[in-house]
Design a protein around this ligand. Sequence first.
Ligand code: RRO
Length: 314
Amino acid sequence: METQIGNIKFSHPIFNASGPACTTLEELEIIGKSESSAIMMKTCSLEPREWNPEPRYKEVPLGSINSMGLPNLWYKKYVEFSHILKEKYKKPVIASVVWFCSTQACNNDFEIIVKAFQEDSLVDLIEVNLSCPNVVGKPQIAYDFETSDTILSLVENLWNKDIGIKLPPYFDPSHTNAMSEVIKKHPQVKFITCINSVGNTLIIDPETEQPIIKPKWGFGGLGGEYVKPIALANVRAFYKNLWESVKIIGAWGILNWIDVYEFLLAWASAVQLGTTFAKEGPEAFARIKKEFENYLEKKWKKSLDEVIGKLKEL
Ligand code: RRO
């Protein structure tokens, strides 16, 4: 069940997404005690941020819609938490960081935050979130390839921890190809997470005749089963371009071992639980891990290398 991202070994491929219940130390300790193979922390910024107004998260039959608004305690807290979490739980701890500018000619939030995690923290990996869909007036950076390139130039080579990027869904090969070209220019990028929620979607309650969440006129990030085929397609599209240079973490729509198996076949080396963790709590990690382990045993698979990227052509 062992897997590897960058230089970091994971005991198995299932851990939490930077999203639900990973903002406070108390929540992160719950993940530490669970069978999640890593502790992924909430995306953090240069200043603390409050939650968006409620309702901001709703479960629906096929997934969830959210507009949390990037609530976090500020990056220095997560630098501090990394020491506590690493000491206590002895598993990979991952930081997630964000940038707040929408133009190239602006401040250097990312550089300051990434430097702090590189130099002062005990995190193993740093995920640069280029795809938060829920901040009013701030576009998802990874849809702008030039700005993404500039940011990666700023944050790479600040120290020796591997970095990764959290990408939004792309819906056209020209876009996955353009982002692949950007990634190839930055060898310190050792993983990509596909995908963040599908941004700016709308779910309407016909009874109340209103959107089901409040922020941004009801527009929020869609996750869960709804988006699994989009996530799988993004994993596979990047495989075709980047298989030699980066690892992929798959996210969204992982309800059980079958979903893990599909993401690994497409080429994910690990998967993150978002909606399923929010719904089921930390027991979800143990359940899905056990199911997946049983399946691999039944199929006589001796290691994940026999599964990862082994999708057959039709
Ligand atoms: O906090 C959020 O609203 C949020 C973030 Br930072 C993100 O990256 N993706 C998402 O669906 N919600």
